[in-house]
Design a protein around this ligand. Structure first.
Ligand code: GLN
Length: 401
């Protein structure tokens, strides 16, 4: 057998996969393992999930909830999702016709895009953006149109879009806008006036909003999360995506959902059915238990994350990073200009191999890698010991160059 199989099989590949790479975020986790680095790259907690929900999952398995759930989600979980949307955001949802439970919000997003996009449809994406959205758009045949969120001038300012640039991105071919609030990687939480402006554009251009709200409950400094679907005129043109991963610290359970008007839900359910049939059944039962936790759970969650943010940020600043203070989600986006590296890739390679800390290069969040060449993202969904060990290692940075 020849080793030289790559050119011979290339013609078997889809053109689509030529247009994106594997996830840099997930690659950084593999590199962290390889080099024994502290992993502040991929956003998953390294602390235990709540006992109540682990027990609920164990009980579900023991009670033999081990076969397929209804393809669009177990009734219990859908009812719990509808109850929560009413309670937290005042959004009325029919669990029978408007909810599709998927294998994580990742699948909810790609199922939604596959369900609504035709070849050539444009999808507006605010950047920096969570890296999945790019390949998601390509796989669904859509063309992403990027609009910049510009970094604040000082550490306490807000990332912001330019109203004219956003308007200019909406065209007759625009099918949807993808919104992620609280935002990964910037930590921005979109304000009501900003969301109203986006709403007005969606109405004027007859565009669907696809909102990724996976960090809904991870918010700081008294900031409020507003679900775009709760704005007047938006319920009928919004797909709200959320999931268990971040709120309940169970990223490996793979339970997420898409909430949409019934006709759109029908289309999402069809795609979801043929992609994955259903999300893990016992985890869905545990999901229903998780969504029934008392309000104090969410308050404590946010407080603990605020403490983690306030533990990591000073260490980063001391090591020479300029930090953009997040209002939500569990990442700090930083500026690395002071270190004198050519770009973010070189810097993160140095960081993981020589310093022993894995982070995500900023370019993975931009369409044009040059835009992120001086930015690096750190995740702080980690135990105090992990953050402290990272801080200890990062101290070496300032003295090494
Ligand atoms: N959302 C997480 C991040 O941005 C990772 C999610 C994933 O890898 N599926 O790091």
């Amino acid at each position: 057998m020849s080793n030289n199989v790559v050119p011979a099989v290339r013609h078997f590949l889809s053109d689509k996969v030529e247009h994106f790479t594997e996830s840099v975020i997930r690659d950084m986790t593999r590199q962290a393992l390889l080099h024994g680095a502290v992993n502040l790259a991929q956003g998953f907690p390294d602390f235990p999930a709540p006992d109540e929900i682990k027990r609920a999952a164990q009980q579900a398995i023991a009670a033999d909830v081990n076969q397929y759930a209804i393809t669009w989600g177990s009734k219990n979980l859908r009812q719990a999702i509808a109850r929560q949307m009413q309670q937290w955001q005042g959004i009325s949802v029919d669990p029978e016709t408007q909810i599709t439970v998927c294998c994580g919000s990742t699948e909810a997003m790609i199922s939604t895009l596959l369900a609504v996009c035709n070849r050539g449809d444009e999808v507006v994406v605010l950047e920096p953006f969570y890296e999945n959205y790019g390949p998601d758009a390509i796989l669904s045949g859509a063309k992403p149109v990027f609009v910049k969120l510009r970094p604040p001038q000082d550490a306490d300012g807000e990332w912001a879009f330019d109203e004219r640039e956003l308007r200019a991105a909406f065209h007759p071919h625009t099918k949807a806008v993808i919104l992620n609030t609280p935002n990964n990687p910037t930590g921005k939480v979109f304000s009501r006036p900003e969301l109203e402006l986006i709403r007005d554009l969606c109405v004027e251009f007859d565009v669907l909003a696809i909102t990724d709200e996976i960090y809904e409950h991870i918010i700081y400094d008294g900031t409020k999360h507003i679900s775009p679907a709760s704005l007047e005129g938006m319920a009928e043109r919004t797909v709200t995506i959320n999931g268990m991963s971040k709120t309940y610290s169970v990223t490996g359970w793979r339970v997420g959902w898409a909430v949409a008007p019934p006709e759109i839900t029908n289309a999402i359910r069809k795609v979801h059915d043929f992609l994955t049939v259903g999300a893990p059944a016992p985890m869905q039962e545990a999901g229903a238990a998780a969504l029934s936790l008392p309000p104090t759970y969410y308050q404590t969650l946010a407080e603990k994350y605020a403490a983690r943010r306030d533990r990591l940020m000073p260490a980063l600043t001391e090591a020479g990073f300029s930090c953009f203070r997040p209002r939500g989600a569990y990442y700090v986006m930083t500026d690395i200009s002071s270190f004198g590296f050519d770009n973010d890739l070189e810097f993160t390679q140095y960081l993981v191999k020589e310093i022993g800390v894995a982070a995500v290069p900023g370019s993975s969040f931009y369409n044009d890698p040059r835009d992120g060449a001086h930015q690096v993202r750190f995740a702080f969904c980690k135990r105090d010991e992990t953050l402290d060990e990272a801080a200890r290692r990062l101290k070496k940075l300032s003295t090494t160059r």
